[in-house]
Design a protein around this ligand. Structure first.
Ligand SMILES: [Zn+2]
Ligand SMILES: [Zn+2]
Length: 126
């Protein structure tokens, strides 16, 4: 992974992801960026989001409910998705043993894993 300088556009996008702080969807990031910088196109935002997740500056935590979600928290952790309000929460736990236990299975070299829990959040439960 080569080190490259962040462009101004990337910095603006990264700031938007941080400010949203709720595992923003690509759409939400675009809305946020466009509010301040109307000249940036949706395609530019989407392209930069995927480039930054490839570079390890953001984490693409997957597609839920039809939208790709991004996380600015690059530490290893899991996610919980509320089926009712559709918010994505951090689960600050990580089980490295899972990767170890499965290593060697069918000759795969496993370097990481993602785990997503689903159910009802504390607000929706009550
Ligand atoms: Zn909820
Ligand atoms: Zn997260």
């Amino acid at each position: 992974m080569e080190h490259r300088r962040k462009t101004i556009q990337q910095q603006v996008i990264l700031d938007a992801v941080r400010e949203l702080n709720i595992h923003a969807t690509a759409e939400e990031v675009y809305d946020r960026v466009a509010a301040k910088h109307p000249s940036i196109s949706k395609a530019t935002v989407y392209r930069n989001l995927s480039q930054m997740s490839e570079a390890g500056e953001l984490v693409n935590i997957g597609s839920f409910f039809g939208s790709t979600h991004y996380d600015h928290n690059c530490h290893k952790h899991y996610h919980f998705i509320c089926e009712r309000c559709k918010r994505v929460f951090d689960v600050d736990d990580y089980f490295p043993d899972l990767t170890e236990q499965l290593s060697g299975m069918d000759g795969f070299e496993i370097t990481g894993h993602q785990l997503t829990f689903s159910g009802l959040c504390h607000e929706c439960k009550s």
